[in-house]
Design a protein around this ligand. Structure first.
Ligand SMILES: Nc1nc2c(ncn2[C@@H]2O[C@H](COP(=O)(O)OP(=O)(O)O)[C@@H](O)[C@H]2O)c(=O)[nH]1
Ligand SMILES: [Mg+2]
Length: 420
């Protein structure tokens, strides 16, 4: 499958939900008027483009329509593609110009940081670069193991320490190793959840300080990974991390599984952070540099790979001949979809938490049992020792009743006569 096909497939849901509807909308109008722009704006907002950006797009379309003397509503589709491309352009390049250079990967739990690092490493290795991964998500042992698997898969080196160790120290080690081994690129994984947000932000700041101290003149990227399925929530996450970590770009993952691809526009326009890569699947080659024109094209290309038909359809489908009536997306439908997704996520989290709690309880129970056994064993030993102390002249001279220091010293003295 070609790169474009992958992106096109990955954006199918967004295309169907958002731009498919726009296409239908445009077909249902015979002239360009305010009502058309209002409905278009509503569709864009519902498609996670965001209120501010939707308005901006429509203003731009109005301007272009006026300027070009355009009267056919179907022309709007082309103008929309053009406007979207223009909006998304700028800042896509990843700076890896120094040797070594470093990419710090941040973002909340489960968005796809580790997977993205694996895919990125594979890209660089394929281009003949030497890559060192830093396992600076030390919060869970499983996170280190996961990165190790990706290191193997991609052909990158990995620098790691034990679970719970200082992430900044891991990054420091990785920088030293990369310099010593003449590596081209360091990619650092980080934790997405600590005990609280403040800790997490402080930890990222510390890692950043280490990098700035050890690699002051090197190319540095701070990539925030966002899960496209979270829609507008991704915009909020960007705001949080932008203040703390100095983001240079976004990796938007899971575009293959969501109808919320429109959030790309909101992030670029509202927060002025460029999207640099997109994730369109779980496999090693499912990461693509973000190409605005390709992205915009993929949103407006139909199933046959042809641009959506802008000429009047030969026979308009009506309710009588089996076609569905065009129903504009309503906020209620989207809110329901969001609520269901949120509920499902919450349920999964609860199950995970319950499992963790059960495991912790089981471990605590086992530990208590072991402790009790040890106590009993120690008590028995003490009893045994005490018995032999009082019968020292009859007990056999074993290691047990011989002086072994500590509370047996008095016995030694007693034996030699000085203690009596
Ligand atoms: N469908 C899809 N799944 C992805 C993508 N990127 C990551 N994932 C999956 O998302 C889950 C969490 O990824 P992980 O890298 O562990 O997230 P982290 O906690 O941020 O490190 C894993 O099951 C990944 O396979 C993507 O682009 N598309
Ligand atoms: Mg991870």
């Amino acid at each position: 499958m070609g790169i474009f096909d992958k992106i096109k497939n990955g954006l199918k849901k967004t295309r169907d939900a958002l731009f498919g509807r726009i296409d239908k909308l445009l077909r249902s109008f015979t002239k360009i008027d305010d009502e058309l722009f209002e409905e278009l704006e509503e569709l864009l907002v519902m498609g996670d483009v965001g209120m501010y950006t939707a308005e901006k797009i429509c203003d731009e379309l109005r301007r272009k329509v006026k300027e070009g003397g355009i009267t056919d509503p179907r022309e709007i589709r082309r103008l929309l593609e053009e406007t979207v491309t223009e909006m998304l352009k700028g800042g896509q390049e990843l700076d890896t110009s120094t040797k070594p250079s470093i990419i710090l990967v941040i973002g909340v739990n489960g968005v796809g940081k580790t997977t993205t690092i694996g895919k990125l490493a594979a890209r660089f290795v394929r281009d003949g670069k030497k890559v060192v991964l830093a396992a600076a998500d030390t919060f869970r042992a499983a996170a280190i193991d996961q990165l190790e698997i990706w290191a193997e898969r991609s052909g990158a080196d990995i620098i790691k320490q034990n679970e719970g160790s200082d992430p900044a120290a891991v990054v420091f080690d990785a920088i030293s190793a990369a310099k010593a081994r003449g590596a081209d690129i360091i990619i650092a994984d980080t934790a997405g959840r600590l005990h609280n947000k403040k800790n997490l932000m402080a930890e990222l700041a510390k890692i950043n300080r280490i990098i700035d101290r050890e690699m002051p003149d090197s190319a540095k990227e701070v990539l925030l990974v966002l899960d496209a399925t979270t829609g507008q929530n991704a915009v909020n996450q960007t705001k949080e991390f932008k203040n703390a970590a100095g983001i240079t770009g976004i990796v938007l993952t899971k575009l293959d599984g969501t109808a919320k691809g429109g959030v790309v526009l909101a992030i670029k326009e509202e927060l002025d952070v460029p999207v640099k890569f997109i994730g369109v699947g779980e496999q090693i080659d499912d990461l693509q540099p973000f190409e605005p024109d390709e992205f915009a094209r993929a949103l407006f290309v139909d199933e046959d790979g042809e641009p959506m038909d802008t000429a009047p359809a030969e026979e308009e489908e009506t309710e009588e001949n089996g076609g569905e009536e065009y129903v504009p997306a309503t906020a209620a439908i989207w809110a329901q979809i969001d609520a269901e997704a949120e509920a499902e996520k919450q349920q999964q989290e609860e199950q995970r938490d319950e499992q963790a709690e059960r495991l912790a309880q089981e471990q605590a129970r086992l530990a208590a049992e072991k402790e009790k056994e040890e106590q009993q064993k120690r008590a028995a030993e003490r009893k045994e020792r005490a018995k032999s102390k009082y019968n020292w002249n009859t007990a056999p001279d074993t290691d047990d009743n011989a002086s072994d220091g500590g509370d047996d010293d008095w016995l030694q003295q007693w034996r030699s006569g000085s203690g009596q």
